[in-house]
Design a protein around this ligand. Sequence first.
Ligand code: HGY
Ligand code: MN
Ligand code: MN
Length: 443
Amino acid sequence: MALRLNRRNFFVGIAAAGHMLGQDRQLPLVNADRLRRDIEGLSAFGRPSGGNFSDGVSRVAYSDADRAGRAFFMDRMKAAGLAPRVDPAGNIFGRRTKFSAPNAEHEAPILFGSHIDSVPSGGNFDGDLGSFSALEVIRTLDERGIRTRRPLEMVVWANEEGVAFNSGLAGSRACAGRLASDEMDRVWNGMKKPDAIRRIGGVPERISEARRPADSFHAYLELHIEQGGTLERDRIPVGVVEGIVAIDEYIVDVRGFSNHAGTTPMPGRHDALIAASQLTLAVNEIVTHPAGPQVGTVGQMNVTPNAPNVVPGAVRMTVELRDLSQKKLDQLGAAIRARAAAIATQTGTEIDMKLVERLAPAIASPKVQSVIEESAAKLKLPSKRLPSGAGHDAQSMAFLGPMGMIFIPSIGGISHSPKELSRWEDCARGANVLLHSVLALSA
Ligand code: HGY
Ligand code: MN
Ligand code: MN
Protein backbone atom coordinates (compact mmCIF):
# COMPACT_ATOMS: atom_id res chain seq x y z
CA MET A 1 0.00 0.00 0.00
CA ALA A 2 1.50 3.38 -1.03
CA LEU A 3 2.22 5.60 2.04
CA ARG A 4 0.10 8.74 1.31
CA LEU A 5 1.04 11.94 3.14
CA ASN A 6 -0.51 15.32 2.43
CA ARG A 7 2.05 18.02 1.59
CA ARG A 8 1.86 19.83 4.95
CA ASN A 9 2.28 16.70 7.04
CA PHE A 10 5.20 15.70 4.84
CA PHE A 11 7.21 18.87 5.57
CA VAL A 12 6.26 18.89 9.24
CA GLY A 13 7.60 15.36 9.43
CA ILE A 14 10.88 16.30 7.76
CA ALA A 15 11.41 19.25 10.07
CA ALA A 16 10.69 17.12 13.10
CA ALA A 17 13.10 14.45 11.87
CA GLY A 18 15.76 17.06 11.41
CA HIS A 19 15.15 18.38 14.89
CA MET A 20 14.91 14.86 16.39
CA LEU A 21 18.41 14.17 15.08
CA GLY A 22 19.43 16.93 17.44
CA GLN A 23 20.48 19.05 14.49
CA ASP A 24 18.83 22.25 13.37
CA ARG A 25 18.37 21.77 9.62
CA GLN A 26 19.80 25.27 9.04
CA LEU A 27 23.19 24.19 10.45
CA PRO A 28 25.62 23.16 7.72
CA LEU A 29 26.84 19.61 8.27
CA VAL A 30 29.61 17.67 6.55
CA ASN A 31 28.94 14.83 4.14
CA ALA A 32 29.74 11.89 6.46
CA ASP A 33 29.69 9.29 3.67
CA ARG A 34 32.13 11.25 1.52
CA LEU A 35 34.45 11.71 4.51
CA ARG A 36 34.35 7.98 5.18
CA ARG A 37 34.98 7.14 1.52
CA ASP A 38 38.05 9.39 1.50
CA ILE A 39 39.51 7.88 4.68
CA GLU A 40 38.85 4.39 3.35
CA GLY A 41 40.40 5.36 0.00
CA LEU A 42 43.57 6.63 1.66
CA SER A 43 43.87 3.45 3.73
CA ALA A 44 44.76 1.48 0.57
CA PHE A 45 48.17 3.18 0.39
CA GLY A 46 50.45 1.21 2.71
CA ARG A 47 47.92 -1.54 3.48
CA PRO A 48 49.48 -4.97 4.08
CA SER A 49 49.24 -6.99 0.84
CA GLY A 50 46.08 -9.08 0.80
CA GLY A 51 44.78 -7.13 3.78
CA ASN A 52 41.72 -4.95 4.30
CA PHE A 53 40.87 -1.74 6.18
CA SER A 54 41.04 -3.43 9.57
CA ASP A 55 44.62 -4.60 8.90
CA GLY A 56 45.86 -1.07 9.35
CA VAL A 57 48.56 0.67 7.37
CA SER A 58 52.29 1.27 7.12
CA ARG A 59 52.63 4.65 5.41
CA VAL A 60 55.87 5.89 6.95
CA ALA A 61 56.89 9.37 5.85
CA TYR A 62 58.86 9.66 2.60
CA SER A 63 58.09 6.03 1.65
CA ASP A 64 56.50 4.99 -1.66
CA ALA A 65 53.23 4.48 0.23
CA ASP A 66 53.46 8.00 1.64
CA ARG A 67 54.10 9.44 -1.82
CA ALA A 68 51.12 7.53 -3.22
CA GLY A 69 48.89 8.55 -0.32
CA ARG A 70 49.87 12.18 -0.77
CA ALA A 71 49.11 12.00 -4.50
CA PHE A 72 45.68 10.53 -3.71
CA PHE A 73 45.03 13.29 -1.20
CA MET A 74 46.07 16.04 -3.63
CA ASP A 75 43.80 14.56 -6.30
CA ARG A 76 40.92 14.85 -3.84
CA MET A 77 41.90 18.45 -3.14
CA LYS A 78 41.90 19.23 -6.89
CA ALA A 79 38.52 17.53 -7.28
CA ALA A 80 37.28 19.97 -4.64
CA GLY A 81 38.61 22.93 -6.64
CA LEU A 82 41.69 23.56 -4.50
CA ALA A 83 45.17 24.06 -5.95
CA PRO A 84 47.49 22.04 -3.67
CA ARG A 85 50.77 23.81 -2.88
CA VAL A 86 53.70 21.76 -1.55
CA ASP A 87 56.09 23.91 0.49
CA PRO A 88 59.89 23.33 0.66
CA ALA A 89 59.47 21.02 3.68
CA GLY A 90 56.88 18.89 1.87
CA ASN A 91 53.81 20.25 3.69
CA ILE A 92 50.70 20.35 1.48
CA PHE A 93 48.55 23.52 1.68
CA GLY A 94 45.21 24.38 0.08
CA ARG A 95 43.74 27.88 0.35
CA ARG A 96 40.05 28.80 0.03
CA THR A 97 39.42 32.39 -0.98
CA LYS A 98 35.62 32.70 -1.12
CA PHE A 99 35.16 35.80 0.99
CA SER A 100 32.23 37.61 2.52
CA ALA A 101 34.06 40.93 2.85
CA PRO A 102 36.19 43.04 0.49
CA ASN A 103 39.96 42.86 1.09
CA ALA A 104 39.46 39.72 3.18
CA GLU A 105 42.41 38.19 1.34
CA HIS A 106 44.68 40.33 3.50
CA GLU A 107 43.24 38.89 6.72
CA ALA A 108 45.18 36.17 8.56
CA PRO A 109 43.64 32.80 7.61
CA ILE A 110 42.18 30.08 9.76
CA LEU A 111 44.66 27.21 9.34
CA PHE A 112 43.46 23.65 9.97
CA GLY A 113 44.56 20.14 9.11
CA SER A 114 46.69 17.24 10.34
CA HIS A 115 48.98 14.57 8.79
CA ILE A 116 48.64 11.38 6.74
CA ASP A 117 51.95 9.63 7.40
CA SER A 118 51.69 6.71 9.82
CA VAL A 119 53.80 4.58 12.14
CA PRO A 120 54.67 1.09 10.88
CA SER A 121 51.56 -1.14 11.31
CA GLY A 122 49.50 1.85 12.38
CA GLY A 123 45.84 2.69 12.10
CA ASN A 124 43.69 4.46 9.52
CA PHE A 125 42.42 7.33 11.67
CA ASP A 126 45.56 8.88 13.27
CA GLY A 127 46.03 12.07 11.24
CA ASP A 128 43.88 10.86 8.35
CA LEU A 129 40.67 11.94 10.09
CA GLY A 130 41.86 15.50 10.69
CA SER A 131 43.35 15.86 7.23
CA PHE A 132 40.28 14.71 5.31
CA SER A 133 37.92 16.50 7.69
CA ALA A 134 39.73 19.72 6.79
CA LEU A 135 39.03 19.06 3.11
CA GLU A 136 35.45 18.07 3.91
CA VAL A 137 34.92 21.37 5.76
CA ILE A 138 35.95 23.28 2.63
CA ARG A 139 33.77 21.14 0.35
CA THR A 140 30.77 21.62 2.63
CA LEU A 141 31.19 25.41 2.74
CA ASP A 142 31.44 25.46 -1.05
CA GLU A 143 28.30 23.35 -1.46
CA ARG A 144 26.41 25.59 0.94
CA GLY A 145 27.75 28.71 -0.80
CA ILE A 146 29.08 30.02 2.51
CA ARG A 147 31.67 32.81 2.29
CA THR A 148 33.95 33.65 5.19
CA ARG A 149 35.49 36.89 6.39
CA ARG A 150 38.91 35.25 6.42
CA PRO A 151 40.78 32.96 4.05
CA LEU A 152 40.65 29.32 5.03
CA GLU A 153 43.83 27.30 4.64
CA MET A 154 43.99 23.53 5.03
CA VAL A 155 47.26 21.68 5.56
CA VAL A 156 48.66 18.15 5.50
CA TRP A 157 51.90 18.19 7.50
CA ALA A 158 54.91 16.14 6.39
CA ASN A 159 56.42 13.43 8.62
CA GLU A 160 54.42 14.09 11.76
CA GLU A 161 55.21 10.68 13.24
CA GLY A 162 58.96 11.07 13.08
CA VAL A 163 59.58 7.35 12.58
CA ALA A 164 61.73 8.56 9.69
CA PHE A 165 64.87 10.25 11.05
CA ASN A 166 63.76 9.80 14.69
CA SER A 167 62.35 13.29 14.76
CA GLY A 168 58.63 14.02 14.65
CA LEU A 169 56.52 17.03 13.65
CA ALA A 170 59.16 17.55 10.96
CA GLY A 171 57.03 19.55 8.52
CA SER A 172 55.25 21.65 11.12
CA ARG A 173 58.52 22.36 12.94
CA ALA A 174 59.97 23.65 9.66
CA CYS A 175 56.91 25.90 9.42
CA ALA A 176 57.42 27.08 13.00
CA GLY A 177 61.17 27.63 12.55
CA ARG A 178 61.95 24.82 15.02
CA LEU A 179 64.31 22.60 13.02
CA ALA A 180 67.44 21.36 14.80
CA SER A 181 70.75 22.68 13.47
CA ASP A 182 71.82 19.21 12.29
CA GLU A 183 68.39 18.24 10.95
CA MET A 184 69.37 18.29 7.29
CA ASP A 185 72.54 16.26 7.90
CA ARG A 186 70.66 13.28 9.23
CA VAL A 187 70.64 9.87 7.58
CA TRP A 188 68.00 7.24 8.23
CA ASN A 189 67.89 3.75 6.72
CA GLY A 190 70.54 4.90 4.28
CA MET A 191 68.44 7.86 3.11
CA LYS A 192 69.71 11.43 3.52
CA LYS A 193 67.15 13.92 4.86
CA PRO A 194 67.37 16.25 1.81
CA ASP A 195 66.72 13.29 -0.53
CA ALA A 196 63.75 12.23 1.60
CA ILE A 197 62.26 15.72 1.39
CA ARG A 198 62.72 15.70 -2.39
CA ARG A 199 60.87 12.39 -2.60
CA ILE A 200 57.71 14.13 -1.39
CA GLY A 201 58.08 17.22 -3.55
CA GLY A 202 59.92 19.46 -1.09
CA VAL A 203 62.96 21.60 -1.87
CA PRO A 204 65.50 21.05 0.92
CA GLU A 205 67.78 23.86 -0.30
CA ARG A 206 64.91 26.28 0.37
CA ILE A 207 63.60 24.68 3.55
CA SER A 208 63.98 27.96 5.43
CA GLU A 209 61.23 29.35 3.15
CA ALA A 210 58.80 26.88 4.72
CA ARG A 211 58.95 29.04 7.84
CA ARG A 212 55.89 31.20 8.54
CA PRO A 213 56.00 34.30 10.73
CA ALA A 214 54.24 34.44 14.07
CA ASP A 215 50.58 35.39 13.74
CA SER A 216 50.54 34.30 10.10
CA PHE A 217 47.24 32.66 10.95
CA HIS A 218 44.32 33.84 13.05
CA ALA A 219 44.00 30.41 14.71
CA TYR A 220 45.10 26.83 14.07
CA LEU A 221 42.66 23.93 14.53
CA GLU A 222 43.26 20.19 14.40
CA LEU A 223 40.75 17.36 14.67
CA HIS A 224 42.31 14.10 15.86
CA ILE A 225 41.37 10.80 17.46
CA GLU A 226 42.11 10.83 21.20
CA GLN A 227 44.41 7.81 20.98
CA GLY A 228 43.56 7.20 24.65
CA GLY A 229 40.53 5.86 26.46
CA THR A 230 39.13 8.85 28.37
CA LEU A 231 36.31 9.92 26.04
CA GLU A 232 35.13 6.36 25.48
CA ARG A 233 35.23 5.62 29.23
CA ASP A 234 33.23 8.78 29.98
CA ARG A 235 30.93 8.29 26.95
CA ILE A 236 31.65 11.82 25.73
CA PRO A 237 31.78 12.34 21.93
CA VAL A 238 33.94 15.48 21.84
CA GLY A 239 37.23 16.27 23.59
CA VAL A 240 38.56 19.82 23.93
CA VAL A 241 42.34 19.61 24.29
CA GLU A 242 43.80 21.79 27.07
CA GLY A 243 47.45 21.06 26.31
CA ILE A 244 49.89 18.67 24.60
CA VAL A 245 52.69 16.89 26.42
CA ALA A 246 56.39 17.57 26.10
CA ILE A 247 58.34 14.73 24.47
CA ASP A 248 62.05 13.95 25.00
CA GLU A 249 63.59 11.23 22.85
CA TYR A 250 67.05 9.80 23.53
CA ILE A 251 69.15 7.45 21.42
CA VAL A 252 71.22 5.18 23.66
CA ASP A 253 74.27 3.34 22.31
CA VAL A 254 75.52 0.42 24.42
CA ARG A 255 78.96 -0.92 23.47
CA GLY A 256 80.13 -4.30 24.81
CA PHE A 257 82.28 -6.98 23.20
CA SER A 258 81.12 -9.52 20.63
CA ASN A 259 82.41 -13.01 21.20
CA HIS A 260 81.65 -16.67 20.59
CA ALA A 261 78.50 -17.68 22.48
CA GLY A 262 79.85 -21.18 23.09
CA THR A 263 83.38 -20.60 24.18
CA THR A 264 83.02 -17.38 26.16
CA PRO A 265 82.48 -18.12 29.87
CA MET A 266 79.58 -16.23 31.50
CA PRO A 267 81.80 -14.37 33.98
CA GLY A 268 83.69 -11.60 32.25
CA ARG A 269 81.37 -11.26 29.28
CA HIS A 270 80.69 -7.71 28.10
CA ASP A 271 77.19 -8.41 26.87
CA ALA A 272 75.64 -5.24 25.44
CA LEU A 273 72.14 -6.74 25.45
CA ILE A 274 72.31 -7.58 29.14
CA ALA A 275 73.19 -3.94 29.84
CA ALA A 276 70.44 -2.68 27.51
CA SER A 277 67.90 -5.00 29.15
CA GLN A 278 68.82 -3.75 32.62
CA LEU A 279 68.50 -0.16 31.37
CA THR A 280 65.08 -0.92 29.85
CA LEU A 281 63.82 -2.19 33.21
CA ALA A 282 65.44 0.80 34.94
CA VAL A 283 63.54 3.24 32.68
CA ASN A 284 60.27 1.56 33.64
CA GLU A 285 61.14 1.62 37.35
CA ILE A 286 62.29 5.27 37.37
CA VAL A 287 59.26 6.51 35.39
CA THR A 288 56.74 4.67 37.57
CA HIS A 289 58.21 5.66 40.97
CA PRO A 290 56.56 7.83 42.10
CA ALA A 291 53.43 7.12 40.07
CA GLY A 292 52.12 10.00 37.98
CA PRO A 293 50.89 10.97 34.48
CA GLN A 294 54.43 10.78 33.08
CA VAL A 295 55.23 7.95 30.66
CA GLY A 296 58.49 6.39 29.44
CA THR A 297 58.99 3.88 26.64
CA VAL A 298 61.84 1.88 25.15
CA GLY A 299 60.21 1.32 21.76
CA GLN A 300 63.11 0.54 19.48
CA MET A 301 66.13 -1.76 19.98
CA ASN A 302 68.70 -2.94 17.44
CA VAL A 303 71.17 -5.65 18.48
CA THR A 304 74.52 -6.15 16.73
CA PRO A 305 75.46 -8.62 15.31
CA ASN A 306 72.04 -10.06 16.22
CA ALA A 307 73.08 -13.69 15.79
CA PRO A 308 72.04 -16.58 18.08
CA ASN A 309 75.62 -17.79 18.55
CA VAL A 310 77.31 -14.44 19.23
CA VAL A 311 77.46 -12.50 22.50
CA PRO A 312 75.87 -9.11 21.57
CA GLY A 313 78.57 -6.52 21.08
CA ALA A 314 76.40 -3.45 20.61
CA VAL A 315 72.83 -2.27 21.11
CA ARG A 316 71.15 0.93 19.89
CA MET A 317 67.88 1.71 21.69
CA THR A 318 65.50 4.63 22.11
CA VAL A 319 64.17 6.05 25.37
CA GLU A 320 61.11 8.30 24.98
CA LEU A 321 59.72 10.33 27.92
CA ARG A 322 56.49 12.38 27.99
CA ASP A 323 54.78 14.68 30.48
CA LEU A 324 53.11 18.11 30.47
CA SER A 325 56.07 19.35 32.59
CA GLN A 326 59.43 19.80 30.84
CA LYS A 327 61.05 20.09 34.28
CA LYS A 328 59.85 16.62 35.20
CA LEU A 329 61.26 15.23 31.94
CA ASP A 330 64.61 16.82 32.74
CA GLN A 331 64.60 15.10 36.15
CA LEU A 332 63.66 11.72 34.68
CA GLY A 333 66.33 12.05 32.01
CA ALA A 334 68.99 12.80 34.62
CA ALA A 335 67.95 9.83 36.77
CA ILE A 336 68.05 7.47 33.80
CA ARG A 337 71.44 8.79 32.73
CA ALA A 338 72.84 8.18 36.23
CA ARG A 339 71.45 4.65 36.27
CA ALA A 340 72.97 3.98 32.83
CA ALA A 341 76.41 4.89 34.17
CA ALA A 342 76.02 2.43 37.05
CA ILE A 343 74.85 -0.33 34.70
CA ALA A 344 77.81 0.30 32.38
CA THR A 345 80.21 -0.19 35.29
CA GLN A 346 78.47 -3.35 36.50
CA THR A 347 78.37 -4.94 33.03
CA GLY A 348 81.75 -3.81 31.73
CA THR A 349 80.11 -1.89 28.86
CA GLU A 350 80.04 1.73 27.69
CA ILE A 351 76.68 3.53 27.48
CA ASP A 352 76.13 6.83 25.62
CA MET A 353 72.74 8.53 25.97
CA LYS A 354 72.05 11.36 23.49
CA LEU A 355 68.98 13.63 23.46
CA VAL A 356 67.92 13.68 19.79
CA GLU A 357 64.49 15.27 20.04
CA ARG A 358 62.79 17.67 22.44
CA LEU A 359 59.22 18.75 21.67
CA ALA A 360 58.08 21.49 24.01
CA PRO A 361 54.70 21.17 25.76
CA ALA A 362 51.96 23.33 24.25
CA ILE A 363 48.95 24.96 25.92
CA ALA A 364 45.83 25.34 23.78
CA SER A 365 44.40 28.84 23.45
CA PRO A 366 41.60 29.34 26.03
CA LYS A 367 39.61 31.27 23.41
CA VAL A 368 39.89 28.50 20.83
CA GLN A 369 38.98 25.95 23.49
CA SER A 370 35.80 27.95 24.21
CA VAL A 371 34.98 28.18 20.49
CA ILE A 372 35.27 24.40 20.21
CA GLU A 373 33.06 23.89 23.26
CA GLU A 374 30.43 26.31 21.91
CA SER A 375 30.51 24.59 18.51
CA ALA A 376 29.94 21.21 20.11
CA ALA A 377 27.07 22.66 22.15
CA LYS A 378 25.51 24.15 19.01
CA LEU A 379 25.54 20.63 17.56
CA LYS A 380 24.04 19.32 20.82
CA LEU A 381 27.18 17.27 21.51
CA PRO A 382 28.55 16.91 25.06
CA SER A 383 32.25 17.73 25.40
CA LYS A 384 34.98 17.62 28.04
CA ARG A 385 38.42 19.17 28.40
CA LEU A 386 41.45 16.90 28.61
CA PRO A 387 45.25 16.87 27.98
CA SER A 388 46.83 15.10 25.03
CA GLY A 389 49.33 12.33 25.82
CA ALA A 390 50.08 12.13 22.12
CA GLY A 391 52.18 14.68 20.29
CA HIS A 392 50.63 16.67 17.45
CA ASP A 393 51.55 19.27 14.85
CA ALA A 394 49.37 21.65 16.84
CA GLN A 395 52.21 21.89 19.35
CA SER A 396 54.43 23.33 16.62
CA MET A 397 51.70 25.76 15.63
CA ALA A 398 51.44 26.94 19.25
CA PHE A 399 54.75 28.75 18.65
CA LEU A 400 53.13 30.83 15.88
CA GLY A 401 49.69 31.63 17.22
CA PRO A 402 46.59 30.42 19.05
CA MET A 403 45.84 26.72 18.53
CA GLY A 404 43.11 24.30 19.55
CA MET A 405 42.46 20.59 19.09
CA ILE A 406 39.26 18.57 18.88
CA PHE A 407 39.32 14.91 19.94
CA ILE A 408 36.89 12.10 19.22
CA PRO A 409 36.84 8.75 21.07
CA SER A 410 39.23 5.92 20.21
CA ILE A 411 37.60 2.54 20.72
CA GLY A 412 39.44 0.76 23.51
CA GLY A 413 41.84 3.72 23.62
CA ILE A 414 43.95 1.89 21.04
CA SER A 415 46.18 3.69 18.54
CA HIS A 416 49.42 3.22 16.62
CA SER A 417 48.05 -0.24 15.88
CA PRO A 418 45.92 -1.88 13.15
CA LYS A 419 43.30 -2.18 15.90
CA GLU A 420 42.98 1.64 16.00
CA LEU A 421 39.31 2.33 15.40
CA SER A 422 36.77 5.12 15.85
CA ARG A 423 33.06 5.07 15.04
CA TRP A 424 32.21 6.71 11.69
CA GLU A 425 29.41 8.58 13.50
CA ASP A 426 32.02 10.06 15.86
CA CYS A 427 34.25 10.97 12.90
CA ALA A 428 31.38 12.93 11.35
CA ARG A 429 30.58 14.59 14.67
CA GLY A 430 34.20 15.67 15.05
CA ALA A 431 34.26 17.02 11.50
CA ASN A 432 31.08 19.01 12.21
CA VAL A 433 32.65 20.50 15.33
CA LEU A 434 35.67 21.43 13.21
CA LEU A 435 33.35 22.97 10.58
CA HIS A 436 31.52 25.13 13.11
CA SER A 437 34.70 26.06 14.95
CA VAL A 438 36.21 27.26 11.66
CA LEU A 439 33.02 29.23 10.93
CA ALA A 440 32.98 30.77 14.41
CA LEU A 441 36.64 31.82 14.15
CA SER A 442 36.31 33.18 10.61
CA ALA A 443 33.01 34.99 11.14
O1 HGY B 1 53.75 9.83 18.83
C1 HGY B 1 52.81 10.60 18.95
O2 HGY B 1 52.45 11.00 20.03
C2 HGY B 1 52.06 11.06 17.72
O3 HGY B 1 51.10 10.10 17.39
N1 HGY B 1 52.96 11.31 16.64
MN1 MN C 1 48.69 11.89 14.83
MN1 MN D 1 50.58 9.09 15.65
